[in-house]
Design a protein around this ligand. Structure first.
Ligand code: TRP
Length: 460
């Protein structure tokens, strides 16, 4: 069969692709979200289950997304339709792409607000406001920011502007190139923070909390949170990686690329956790403090270390950068889809979608102040948006993607794309994609809703 070619050119090298995918994967999910979600769900057992999800569900689904993307070579909506028809199935597989577009919009609406926190902390750090910080000072800074919706709106707006600006000009590839030295810099900074935590924090307590599983804390909700976190952190389940796969040259190994990205992403999350919890315990703070966790702990470290002024500023600059390269991946499916279906220019599409996301962001902003007490299903508006997108839409999208790659696409097609021959490695992928990943996602869904219990299946 004649191969389709991408409308937008191809990545110049395997390295460029790895950088683009890891730029989208490594972001607030690793450094902001992983520690606080792990903390809120009891630590060790959550982390272990998270690692299982990453290896058994995340990796095969990332491979599936890339291979589907490279086969379709269009935006995720068109790709799912084209490849679906080509494999003798229905055009309605496009709906998976559409759900991904919507998930990306919802995620970016709160992601941008948190990236705004990081922006504002660049300012705090640069003005040396953490100097000699104690818990009161840090809580005051954080609470002061959170309580004032205008402050949050200001930074959220600024972050959306820089995101839309880059996407509108189509200079993502330039930004991906920046990933080449920014990401390693962020990793070096995290290692240095880990060093600080080992020397000055309660490393024993922090490491024990994060690594020693207490399975009584692994509730259905915690398992669902771990599953959602795996999807969120790896950027899978919404077609973003599929869109990047569309530009991947033939002959580049999808397997090796995916493994590298998964390892880098997971290492960053664990590093962040190991650096943060020793500080949490040394200051008798609450590991389950929620989304403010890194903003309430890291300034304590920066404020009391030698060179913390520079170090802290650099850290929040790099964190904002990591968020920036991720936010581009979140908006890209929507922009590409809008350009292709409405014939808009890139700039117009990015602006229209950016404004929608910006407006939606106010639901998150107000959840921390004016609407703090408005709860739906026992969650604030922000928590509902996060739960719906991360824990439901991404795993559901991933379920459809893996079923598509494992059951709808014929063996020849996937074997050809993965280029693993038909040996053990290919068979292992196919087994994971057909059976393990779909079953695991379904089981976690059922368990979290209490339905497993309803069917008389009990877990400890
Ligand atoms: N992985 C990103 C992070 O950890 C967030 C994210 C979720 C994302 N889904 C995505 C980024 C899709 C790009 C594309 O911060």
């Amino acid at each position: 069969m004649a191969k389709r070619t991408s409308l937008h050119g191809l990545w110049s090298s395997r390295m460029a692709f790895i950088l683009a995918v890891s730029g989208s994967a490594v972001g607030l999910g690793n450094i902001w979200k992983f520690p606080y979600v792990a903390g809120a769900n009891g630590g060790g057992a959550f982390v272990l289950f998270y690692l299982l999800c990453v290896a058994l569900i995340g990796l095969p689904i990332m491979m599936a997304e890339i291979l589907i993307g490279r086969r379709g070579r269009r935006n995720p909506v068109a790709t799912m339709r084209i490849v679906g028809e080509e494999e003798g199935s229905r055009p309605s597989w496009a709906l998976v792409g559409i759900m991904g577009v919507i998930a990306g919009i919802i995620i970016l609406s709160f992601y941008s607000v948190i990236a705004g926190w990081s922006l504002s902390y660049i300012a705090h750090a640069a003005l040396n406001r953490f100097e000699g910080a104690d818990a009161d000072l840090v809580n005051g800074l954080f609470g002061g920011m959170l309580g004032n919706w205008k402050v949050l709106a200001f930074w959220h707006t600024l972050f959306m502007i820089i995101t839309v600006w880059v996407v509108a000009r189509g200079v993502e590839r330039g930004l991906e190139r920046a990933v080449r030295f920014l990401m390693p810099s962020l990793a070096v900074l995290m290692v240095a923070l880990l060093g600080y935590a080992i020397i000055n924090g309660d490393f024993r307590a922090g490491a024990a909390f994060l690594l020693e599983p207490d399975f009584s804390k692994l509730t259905g909700e915690a398992m669902l949170a771990a599953l959602g976190q795996a999807f969120f952190s790896l950027s899978i389940g919404m077609g973003a990686i599929m869109a990047y796969g569309a530009y991947l040259p033939e002959g580049t190994s999808i397997t090796n690329t995916s493994i590298s990205v998964v390892i880098a992403d997971t290492a960053m999350a664990l590093l962040a956790g190991l650096a943060i919890f020793p500080i949490v315990f040394a200051h008798a703070m609450d590991p389950a403090a929620g989304p403010g966790l890194i903003f309430q702990t890291l300034p304590l470290a920066f404020g009391n270390m030698v060179g913390g002024h520079l170090f802290g500023t650099l850290f929040f600059v790099l964190l904002t950068f990591a968020a920036w390269t991720s936010s581009i991946g979140l908006i890209e499916p929507a922009v590409a889809w809008s350009v292709e279906t409405h014939g808009r220019s890139r700039a117009a599409a990015a602006t229209v979608i950016g404004v929608i996301i910006w407006a939606l962001g106010f639901l998150t902003i107000l959840s921390f102040n004016e609407f703090e007490h408005i709860k739906l299903f026992g969650r604030t508006l922000f928590e509902n948006l996060d739960h719906l997108s991360s824990n439901i839409m991404l795993p559901l999208g991933g379920l459809f993607i893996t079923v598509f790659a494992g059951w709808v696409m014929c063996k020849n097609s996937t074997a050809e794309e993965l280029d693993l021959g038909t040996g053990t490695a290919y068979r292992l992928w196919r087994f994971l994609a057909r059976w393990v990943a779909p079953a695991a996602v379904l089981l976690v869904f059922l368990h979290a809703t209490g339905l497993l219990h309803f069917f008389g299946i009990t877990t400890s």
